[in-house]
Design a protein around this ligand. Structure first.
Ligand code: HEC
Length: 248
């Protein structure tokens, strides 16, 4: 029993020590934790996404009304603030429509050399840390056609669409000159560094929600299941002790 308690205590403490090790260099940043319980962050993320990303990227596994319901946005507000796309018939998309982009794949390929991918599952494939670093990783590079490169996605085809908010920055490399470890401001943006980081946090939190909309439910139910297993464990242990009492 003593051993069991010790193992349990270690399991409880592990995440704390892992978190403590997460500090250090300013870029790249590891340890971003998405929080689907933070509805206002997700709402801001949704607003940022439809305003700054949906011109090129779709989220075509999600419908506007599902999004509104999950994020606690009244449907009329969602219609006014989130739906801008006009469909093939020339009508504004309905609240039950999928969140598709207006850019056709061919047009995207022609202009950027690559079709901007659908972002529904991007948080699943790239992970939140990568996305957080990617959206904070655009830096000036005159050798690139668009004048920018990205420190986690070298030779990226996407323009730095948030430059007005973030401003323009130059990369600072490590001693070997291969890895970006920080940035120097060239021109200021309309947001401060902290405001920009939290803008990106909300956006990535939202992308994480898109990748797994039921995560909040899963985590809520998970707590009950763990409590149940713990209580059941006590019962099972007591039963085992009872059965083996005569054998020993
Ligand atoms: C002007 C068009 C445009 C806009 C607006 C735009 N992107 Fe992109 N994005 C692209 C293109 C093109 C690529 C493909 C880049 C490549 O593969 O080289 C891309 C790639 C990406 C990728 C990497 C996908 C991968 O391959 O893993 C992510 C993540 C991404 N965009 C997120 C965003 C987010 C978030 C926004 C909104 C802030 C946004 N994009 C706005 C054009 C755009």
């Amino acid at each position: 029993m003593k051993k069991m308690i010790k193992a349990f205590a270690i399991a409880l403490l592990l995440p704390v020590t892992a978190f403590a090790a997460g500090g250090g260099a300013t870029y790249p940043h590891d340890g971003m934790s998405a929080d689907h319980g933070n509805k206002s962050s997700l709402q801001r993320g949704a607003r940022n996404f439809v305003n700054y990303c949906m011109g090129c990227h779709g989220a075509s596994y999600m419908r506007y009304n599902r999004l509104a319901a999950d994020l606690g946005i009244p449907e009329d507000l969602a219609v006014d603030n989130l739906i801008f796309r006009v469909n093939e018939k020339g009508e504004r998309e309905k609240v039950g429509s999928l969140m598709r982009t207006s850019m056709t794949p061919d047009f995207g390929k022609q202009v950027f050399g690559v079709t901007p991918p659908d972002l529904s599952l991007i948080a699943r494939s790239r992970g939140v840390d990568w996305l957080y670093n990617y959206l904070r990783g655009f830096h000036q590079d005159e050798s690139r056609p668009l004048g920018f490169d990205n420190s986690v996605f070298k030779g990226v085809g996407m323009p730095h669409v948030l430059w007005e908010l973030e401003g323009v920055k130059k990369a600072v490399y490590d001693e070997a000159g291969t890895h970006v470890v920080g940035f120097e401001t060239v021109t200021e943006g309309t947001l401060s560094k902290m405001e920009y980081d939290s803008f990106v946090y909300d956006l990535v939190n939202f992308l994480d929600y898109l990748g797994e909309p039921y995560k909040a439910d899963r985590q809520r139910v998970g707590v009950y299941i763990l409590i149940f297993l713990f209580l059941f464990g006590i019962v099972a242990y007591a039963l085992k002790a009872e059965y083996w009492r005569d054998v020993k």
